[in-house]
Ligand binder design. Sequence first.
Ligand code: FAD
Length: 442
Amino acid sequence: MSEPSDPHTGAAAWRNWAGDERCGPAAILHPASIEELSAVVQRAAREGRRVRVAGAGHSFPDIACTDGLMLKLERLAEVIDVDRESGLVRVQAGITIHGLSRHLAEHGLALENLGDIDVQTIAGAVSTATHGTGAKLGNISSQVRELTLVLADGSTLSCSAQQEPEVFRAARVGLGALGVIAEVTLQCVPAFTLRGVDAPAPLEETLAGFEELALANDHFELFVFPHTDTALTRTNNRTEEPPRPRGRAADYLNDVLLTNHAFGLFCRLGRRLPARIPQINRTVTRLASRSVRVERSDAIFASPRLVRFTEMEYALPREHTTTAVRRVMEMIEQRGFAVPFPIEVRTVAPDDALISTAAGRESGFVAVHMYEGMAWEPYFRAVEAIMDELDGRPHWGKRHFQTAATLRERYPDWDRFQAVRARLDPEGRFANAWSARVLGDV
Ligand SMILES: Cc1cc2nc3c(=O)[nH]c(=O)nc-3n(C[C@H](O)[C@H](O)[C@H](O)COP(=O)(O)OP(=O)(O)OC[C@H]3O[C@@H](n4cnc5c(N)ncnc54)[C@H](O)[C@@H]3O)c2cc1C
């Protein structure tokens, strides 16, 4: 079960998707059953080591890093049970959203909503409150109906709205800090087709109508490049039209060559010539044209991401969303930050997980990105200062500079989460440097 270690340092090596967070776990282990999971956690307790699960490594900060035992669950990636009638589907925690969507489609089912990519593990996506867009749709964690956890003493605990409800509300967005999620039961919906329309539109008009657009469509989001006055809108609605899959060659041309490689080229140019970024952004925006696709939902939601970047995203009370976008755009102009990536704007419905980013409020999400190899910290700090003033909560899987002290006041149920954490993991077996900073010591 152990990964070969570095011959020079003796440690195993791990890094995240963006490649800018690395760690040297004492060992990387690949358990293949709940019994093996329990045994690893018990072994860690005996050896006085910490434990952290890494999913697909698609979080931007050091949230999955550890110098203790790192667990990877790709051998726990099966669909356990599908109930077509109720839409309840039980899976092992290491399955990717992509793998799950494929299985669901075979049974005429789908996940109600997805984010931009589908390569995350289901447990990783659930643990950080990963979301798509849709003012009336919750994040992926809100679709969870039951979780089976392996706890710090190696025992297992199942939780749901009926059984251990407080643990369930905590573990639905548990940040890897409560135990190892071994199994997840999700509420799925009958498979559906989406009509996806991408179209440029005047920025001011789009921001003025944002609330209406978000409420009138199943899924509405917009991208806007700094120094431009055009929103690149994406509107996905359910349709009864028959799907018209593009085929592999067209997928490759659009998703890989045009979207990724051409964009990557512009980013490289911007990194070399930062003073030209305003002009480059205007060119990229002018190249965007209207396109319509009608496909199975998961094919419309997710697309490949080959250009590497790092990201910060804030959840805001929805009424503050457009103010945040305008203020970030102004701040970039004033401070002269070189930003070759668009700002992304989405909406999510409220839920009741104790520390979900959308807990208890209708939320708008504003995300900022920086191309690999370019300075991100000054830009992200300036964005964070704006989000702080607008009652923002940082996405748990993305970069931020908050600490337990600055986060506590943003979550009415913060102390309840901490009480569950203290009960399930009194010795901090699942702690790491990230959790010490963001959640505080147990
Ligand atoms: C290109 C890109 C696009 C993205 N798009 C979106 C988007 O559209 N919407 C959005 O909300 N986010 C998005 N994200 C962020 C991403 O969805 C989250 O960071 C997600 O948590 C990553 O899942 P993962 O499987 O890679 O988990 P990791 O990043 O490896 O781990 C995340 C956390 O989950 C914990 N964890 C993982 N598995 C388990 C388990 N079995 N038991 C207990 N804890 C566990 C880890 O310990 C860690 O704390 C994107 C990220 C990238 C790189």
